[in-house]
Design a protein around this ligand. Structure first.
Ligand SMILES: [Zn+2]
Length: 291
C-alpha cells in the first residue's frame, strides 16, 4: 500500500523521508494514458513532491508545486502536492516516447531535459516562495538533490524510481530523501556517503516488496533510525464542476456569449486529472445570468 514515513537518524543529524507511490503513479498513468517513459518521469516527480510537501507539515494549507520546463519530448511536467499527501500532476505530452538508454532502461533524462526545475512553496498566507534551477540530468532525483544543495544549502541524497510491468502498468514506484542537518558531524557525513554508495537502484530496492520504513532502514543499515511520522499518500485532484464553472465565469461575458452560439456542448478538461466536464449552450447561458 502507498504511504510515506518521516524519520530522523544518526542522533538526529539526518532528516529522512521515504515514500511508496505505486498506486498513485498507476492512477496518474490511467488518468493521462502516459507512455512508460512519461509514467516513470511523472511518478518520480510525484514521489519527490509528496516528500517535499510533507516537509510543510507546519502549514496545513501549504501547497508545493514542482514544474519542469525542458527541451525533451515530454514538453514539461507539473506536479502539485499538499501537506495531506494529495498529489496530482500531468505531462504536457503524455504519449511522448524515446529509445531506451544504453543500459536498457526508460530514458527519463532524455525525455525530460535539458531545462529548468521550478519549486514553488505556497504556505497559504505569505507570498509563495519560488526558486528555479537548471536541470542536472533530467533524471529528477539528481535535479531535486541539486535544488536542495543550491537553493536551500541542504546536502541531500535523493533516490526516485518507477518500475513498469510488461503490460505497461506500474509495478512499483517510490523513493527516499535523506538530508544532512547543519550540525551533522564529519563522521555522519561519511556514514551517509557510505550508505548511499551501496544503493545502485531504487527500483530494485522497491521491487523486493519493502515498505517505506524498511526502505530507510535498509539504506541506513547500521545507523539508528527513529520514525517520527507516517501518512497516507494518493493521486487526488480537487477539481469539481463548481470550480470549472468559476473558471468559465472568469472568462467574462463576451467570451461566454460566444460559447452559447455553439449548438454542441463544450467540454472542459481538468489538466491535472483529465476529468472532463461538459456544458450545454443552455448551461452556459445560465452561467451568464450569474454575471
Ligand atoms: Zn482534476
Amino acid at each position: 500500500m502507498d504511504g510515506l514515513v518521516r524519520a530522523i537518524a544518526d542522533n538526529a543529524q539526518l532528516r529522512c523521508f521515504a515514500v511508496k507511490t505505486t498506486e498513485m503513479t498507476e492512477a496518474a498513468r490511467k488518468a493521462h494514458n502516459t507512455s512508460p517513459v512519461v509514467t516513470a518521469a511523472l511518478g518520480r516527480l510525484m514521489s519527490g513532491a509528496a516528500m517535499m510537501a510533507s516537509m510543510m507539515e507546519d502549514t496545513p494549507e501549504g501547497l508545493l508545486t514542482l514544474q519542469i520546463d525542458g527541451e525533451g519530448d515530454v514538453g514539461g511536467l507539473v506536479v502539485t502536492a499538499d501537506a495531506h499527501g494529495h498529489v496530482k500532476g500531468y505531462a504536457r505530452n503524455p504519449q511522448a516516447i524515446c529509445p531506451a538508454s544504453s543500459a536498457g532502461k526508460l530514458d527519463v533524462g532524455r525525455i525530460v531535459g535539458p531545462g529548468y526545475l521550478t519549486v514553488i512553496r505556497d504556505t497559504g498566507n505569505a507570498e509563495p516562495y519560488n526558486s528555479r534551477i537548471e536541470l542536472v540530468s533530467g533524471e529528477i532525483g539528481d535535479d531535486l538533490a541539486q535544488y536542495f544543495a543550491v537553493s536551500e544549502q541542504v546536502p541531500s541524497g535523493v533516490g526516485l524510481g518507477v518500475l513498469m510491468n510488461r503490460d505497461n502498468t506500474v509495478k512499483v514506484a517510490g523513493g527516499f530523501m535523506i538530508q544532512l542537518m547543519p550540525f551533522a558531524s564529519d563522521e555522519c557525513v561519511s556514514r551517509l556517503e557510505e550508505a548511499l554508495s551501496h544503493i545502485t537502484s531504487v527500483t530494485a530496492l522497491l521491487d523486493t516488496g519493502i515498505d517505506p520504513e524498511e526502505m530507510l532502514r535498509t539504506i541506513l543499515h547500521d545507523v539508528d533510525v527513529e520514525i517520527t511520522g507516517r501518512s497516507p499518500v494518493s493521486f487526488r485532484c480537487n477539481c469539481s464542476r463548481n470550480r470549472v464553472e468559476k473558471a468559465l465565469i472568469s472568462l467574462g461575458r463576451s467570451q461566454l456569449e460566444e460559447l452559447t452560439s455553439d449548438t454542441e456542448p463544450i467540454e472542459m478538461k481538468c489538466q491535472f486529472c483529465n476529468t472532463a466536464y461538459s456544458f450545454t449552450p443552455r448551461e452556459i447561458r445560465e452561467l451568464l445570468t450569474t454575471l
